[in-house]
Write a protein that binds this ligand. Sequence first.
Ligand code: GDP
Length: 375
Amino acid sequence: MGDWIYLIIGIAVLGVAVLVGLVSSVRRGRGGATGTDVIAPPPTDADVEAPGGAAPTAVLEPEAPVLERPEGTASRLARLRQRLAGSQGGLGRGLLALLSRDRLDEDTWESIEDTLLTADIGVAPTQELVERLRTRLRVDGNEAGDPRTVLREELLALVDPTMDRRLQVTGADGRPGVVLVVGVNGAGKTTTVGKIARILVAEDRSVVLGAADTFRAAAVEQLATWGERVGVEVVRGPEGTDPASVAFEAVKEGVDSGVDTVIVDTAGRLQNKAGLMDELGKVKRVIEKQAPVTEVLLVLDATTGQNGMIQARVFSEVVNVTGIVLTKLDGSAKGGIVVAVQRELGVPVKLVGLGEGADDLAPFDAGAFVDALLG
Ligand code: GDP
């Protein structure tokens, strides 16, 4: 029995000794980072070049990033107008060729209808347009105008030049404008947020970005890179954080630092409508504790046709969409979707994406668009 007691006491003493040793070594380790003996000497060349050494990176001054200068407005618009004409010109040219035939017979009108439907203008607007063109270009009427002029006027009326397409990026009462960007994954949401930031930077506005698409680490990284390239702060949280909390922090940061505009990227999981509504509703509510949302942009991929329209409907039922961004218009000749989606939502297309380049985003202008269609 006595032997047992000595053994237990022995083990206990040993345990305490090991514990004391451990604690003191942890203290020494921490001291290495923050204690008094820590003022690290400036790195020597040997330190910097030490292969795989972790220590030198801690003391190296980060290099000031070289900021990109986003393309100026005039050159960007001229370039993108040409690109738009390149991708959409076929539609107008096809229509004009048909309308310029000597006899506008039933077969020709059918071909005109098919051309419009193929360009995703939608059934009702196609019928309206054909009806208007038939009336104005009736072969027997002496008053029949020049097909090109008539077509231009009628297309313009469909696209509706009277809609207010200005982006609401300015807040009131000294608070920033807040732009909430929504849409399904892959539509080009994150890219669009980055491109809008560049346009604002090119106009000398200050911007904060919120990476509230927290379900995809890649989206957060992607946005961080967009921000870094033009010196715009990106507020982010760890993967899986509540998107609303990131949105809140981003707008708070924008308010505290007095920037002009905060743009918030959101998650685009099209789960069920109720889930989406909960998520986006919450994001909007928490943002508005800081500042009103001035613009809700729905990003739609122009190449997705009818599918895109269904998505548009769901999102517009969930949030109060105030503007549409049509992306990938460079990759599809289906510019008619502009007409269809505006009709469907009663909301203007405000921006169009015309490429993967960083400055390939243009404000939508009805006249320029119709001119591009007509080539
Ligand atoms: P998100 O999932 O909605 O955030 O989509 P992303 O911003 O990650 O974009 C998805 C893909 O679409 C990327 O490869 C983008 O480069 C591409 N993309 C976005 N906008 C455009 C555009 O206007 N034109 C083209 N051609 N590609 C685009």
